[in-house]
Design a protein around this ligand. Structure first.
Ligand code: B3K
Ligand code: ZN
Length: 860
């Protein structure tokens, strides 16, 4: 008899990039008919298949009951095995028909066709289409789709699919039908269908060649007023892609649908984007400024995929960054153009450092173009997306904007309608620009964040400075030794006395060690390096606190200015954790920033923020979460106390504004809550009252959530008052209630573990909604001190949540595993406790391959 507690007999098999073979059969046409019902849906599929190789036709199939299979009209007795239906065919072309029964209501994985809040909707990327109907589910099989939907008219009055609507009508029994046709061949991961009682905000966009496109954002009726921002963002995106990349929209309609249960942000299905409602709905009462930015950024991202992803798609899933890295870069550029480019760059780098650097430095490190996977859903990572975007940005920096645009034009024109590789993208850039990118390709294949050590020395006598740059790419799993990378580094030198800029250039660091010589420097130069964050690297330099303070006040590159302040803060915090240093330089630098009238409040709001506890931890050899917390709190208090008047005046000068969404108003709100946070850090007696007043009087969610985020850390009675009021006000709005869970999960109080355990038993907590799960469990795992509670209770809690969520939704459960994989960074007893939790997950009978892959790799 099998031991019920033993690990899976054979670990799930890996798919390797080197094993790629072109498909043996093409499927130029597919006609689908759906008889829709939440409990039971019948899917009839008719594939026109054409021979392309010797192998039999292999259709992927999962989670459906196949009712019949026919080839050229004749029934065949084909049975699926190992989630595949293999159909031997003799000729060059055939028609293959299948009939399958599926149950959307039973689909808790939210992959394939599923039910959400009375709607039926689909999610197919990466491999969900096989859960709808048997098909060669791989991105290099491109087909023209004709989709007919039949449904009860009262329950599902709206029936949407990809492409353009071609017909609709009524049927007996209160049913109706609609048919859609998508003229653009596409891989099945871009298929989509939505049925439900939805209302649309409608608008129109006229493309530069004069095509009128009907736009629709489909939501529940009561949410219609919250769709204006998304619609504006959509129209701006369509215009921006024409102006910036010469890319025009290609269908007569473009629809977006918001759904409440969604595994990630949104999905770029051709002509029918499906969104997590979180990235559609916004009004001042429910959405913060950051939420507004996220809505616009995700709307833009999904829209941009119409070219970078849909018209030109990926050959196989190892090429995921081809579309994701490029599209993230495009949405970053768009947001930078629509608002403050400096603040956007700071936010992007902060996100990269929070998510991608730890990934690159841990057991789940993988190249931007991975070599193998067990479950592809696990590779929708910060490395593929955000580091991938940095690769595109570096190519643009190296080539210059005009050559980069020539490269993207060539890429789109040459590969329109094809499924291609990252290599094809780089080659187009190379051919259009004449720049050799052979060595640059290392960025796609080598994992790990390069470290660059910069040492500047000055010889005052002969006015000469030497800059030695040394790089090291750390070992990562499966890649013990690395080659030096080509790294574009933006450099400038500022005269210490005059503040004058003596140098400003882009240096390509090609070798492990490079030495640069600068002449004519009568005064001591101060080094500004990796300006604009020109490369995704970690810089270590011999710059003093005084040099960093100088740059934080005088560098003309806003990112470098922010960065100098961050480095100064980090150096100070690390010195204090090691028992030394003082706060003076940071206090003075922050004071100077607060007093600089030329600075945009949005920038000031970012620049004066201390690095997060997690980021400080990432910069230590071994993390002691309590010591990190204590050092950071002590610096926060010093800043709060010593600059209290300045915080109060910054706070006061931005109170009287009535709500508007302009960049200036957003900047003022940002600085306002940051200032309030420092006033609270100074333990001012009136801080809880001020925060509650801001909470009560706020005419927008930014101020309200800002105040709540400060109050949750306190022990004052105002904390409960605000939490209760927030709950009562928003208990029926799931998106806002998520914020209530998150605020408490992020609290810095000693009892956060207790309150998070309690919140997991709250009637409004559920494992079935990914947003809710992330709002509590995901946020808690990001709260370094609380999660790494020495007792191991945080690890246990996360392990239990993962195991429970895995039974319903493996993809979303697996996303919660990585925080446990950081055990190497923590001393004992934490490391052993984290490993024990991972081992428990691996040993659990029935663990999904999604979670198994993440947990087993995290143990190594
Ligand atoms: N392409 C989708 C992501 C799909 C994730 C599947 N696990 C959204 C996006 O990146 O635009
Ligand atoms: Zn994307």
């Amino acid at each position: 008899m099998l031991d019920a507690r033993s690990a899976p007999a054979a670990p799930p098999a890996a798919t390797r990039r080197e094993d790629y073979r072109p498909p043996a059969w093409a499927v130029p046409e597919i006609a689908l008919e759906f008889e829709l019902g939440a409990e039971r849906t019948i899917v009839r599929s008719r594939l026109t298949v054409e021979r392309n190789g010797d192998a039999p036709l292999t259709l992927n199939t999962e989670a459906g009951k196949i009712l019949s299979v026919k080839v050229d009209g004749a029934p065949v007795d084909a049975q699926p095995a190992d989630d595949k239906l293999v159909i031997p065919l003799t000729g060059a072309a055939h028609v293959v028909e299948t009939e399958t029964e599926i149950s959307p209501a039973a689909n808790t994985q939210l992959m394939g066709l599923y039910a959400s809040g009375g709607l039926l909707c689909t999610q197919c990327e990466a491999e969900g289409f096989r859960r709808i109907t048997p098909f060669p589910d791989r991105p290099d099989v491109l087909s023209r789709y004709r989709v007919r939907m039949i449904a009860d008219k009262a329950t599902y009055p709206i029936l949407l699919s990809n492409g353009d609507p071609v017909g609709s009508g009524d049927l007996d029994g209160g049913r109706h039908w609609a048919e859609w046709h998508d003229p653009f061949p596409k891989p099945c991961y871009l298929f989509a269908l939505v049925a439900g009682d939805l209302k649309a905000r409608k608008d129109q966009f006229v493309t530069r060649s004069g095509r009128a496109v009907d736009l629709g954002i489909w939501v529940r009726e009561e949410d219609l007023p919250r769709t204006e921002h998304a619609m504006n963002a959509l129209k701006q995106s369509m215009k921006w892609d024409e102006d910036t990349y010469g890319r025009e929209y290609d269908l007569d309609v473009f629809n977006i649908v918001a759904v409440a249960d969604f595994n990630f942000g949104a999905m770029e299905n051709k002509g029918l984007n499906i969104f997590n409602s979180r990235y559609v709905l916004a009004d001042p009462d429910i959405a913060t400024d950051a939420d507004y930015d996220a809505v616009a950024g995700v709307v833009a991202h999904e829209y941009f995929h119409n070219w970078s992803g849909n018209r030109v798609t990926c050959r196989d899933w190892f090429q995921l960054s081809l579309k994701e890295g490029f599209t993230v870069f495009r949405d970053q550029q768009f947001s930078a153009d629509m608002g403050s480019a400096a603040v956007k760059r700071i936010e992007d780098v902060r996100a990269l450092r929070a998510a991608q650097f730890p990934e690159d430095g841990g057991p789940l490190a993988h190249p931007v173009r991975p070599d193998s996977y067990i479950e592809i859903s696990n590779f929708y990572t910060a490395t593929v997306y955000n580091k991938g975007a940095e690769l595109i940005r570096m190519m643009r920096t190296i080539l210059g904007p005009e050559q980069f645009r020539a490269g993207s034009d060539l890429y789109f024109d040459r590969h329109d309608g094809e499924a291609v590789t990252c290599e094809d993208f780089v080659r187009a850039m190379e051919e259009a620009s004449g720049v050799d990118l052979s060595r640059f390709r290392l960025w796609y294949g080598q994992a790990g964040t390069p470290r660059v050590r910069a040492e500047l020395t000055h010889e005052p006598g002969d006015g000469r400075a030497h800059l030695v740059l040394e790089q090291e790419v750390p070992a990562t799993p499966g890649q013990p030794t690395k080659k030096p990378m080509p790294i574009p580094i933006g450099l400038a030198l500022f005269g210490e006395r005059s503040g004058e800029k003596h140098e400003d250039r882009l240096v390509m660091l090609e070798e492990a060690r490079t030495e640069l010589v600068f002449d004519g420097l009568g005064e001591r130069p101060i080094l500004s390096i990796n300006r604009g964050f020109s490369a995704p690297i970690i810089v270590e330099s011999n710059r003093s606190a005084a040099d960093l303070a100088f740059l934080s006040a005088r560098d003309d590159d806003p990112f470098a200015r922010y960065e100098a302040m961050q480095q100064l803060m980090l150096d100070t915090l690390i010195a204090s954790i090691n028992g030394g240093g003082d706060h003076l330089a940071v206090v003075e630098a922050v004071e100077q920033t607060l007093r600089d009238p030329a600075l945009d409040p949005a920038f000031v709001g970012e620049a004066v923020l201390l690095p997060s506890e997690a980021f400080i931890g990432d910069n230590l050899p071994v993390v002691d979460p309590e010591a990190v917390h204590a050092a950071r709190e002590s610096l926060r208090r010093a800043l709060g106390e010593q600059l209290e008047d300045l915080w109060r005046s910054a706070y006061g000068s931005s109170t009287a504004n009535r709500y508007e969404l302009s960049p200036a108003a957003k900047g003022r709100r940002r600085l306002r809550t940051v200032s309030l946070g420092y006033i609270a850090a100074a333990s001012a007696d009136d801080a809880p009252r001020m925060a509650l007043q801001q909470f009560d009087e706020a005419d927008n969610m930014t101020d309200r959530q800002g105040a709540l985020g400060i109050l949750v850390n306190s022990h004052a009675p105002e904390r409960e008052t605000a939490l209760d009021a927030f709950y009562e006000r928003y208990r029926d709005n799931a998106l806002v209630l998520d914020k209530w869970f998150t605020a408490q999960a992020l609290a810095t109080r000693d009892d956060t573990v207790d309150s998070v355990e309690q919140l997991a038993r709250h009637p409004d907590f559920t494992l079935t909604n990914p947003n809710r799960l992330r709002s509590l469990v995901g946020a808690f795992a990001a709260n370094q001190r609380a999660f790494h509670h020495e007792s191991g209770r945080g690890y246990r809690f996360l392990g239990e949540m993962i195991a429970a969520a895995d039974k319903l939704n493996p993809q979303t459960a697996a996303k919660l595993v990585p925080p446990l994989g950081r055990w190497r960074r923590f001393g004992e007893p934490r490391a052993a406790l984290m490993r024990a939790e991972l081992q428990r997950i691996v040993d659990q009978p029935g663990t999904s391959k999604d979670v198994f892959e993440q947990a087993s790799k995290s143990l190594v």
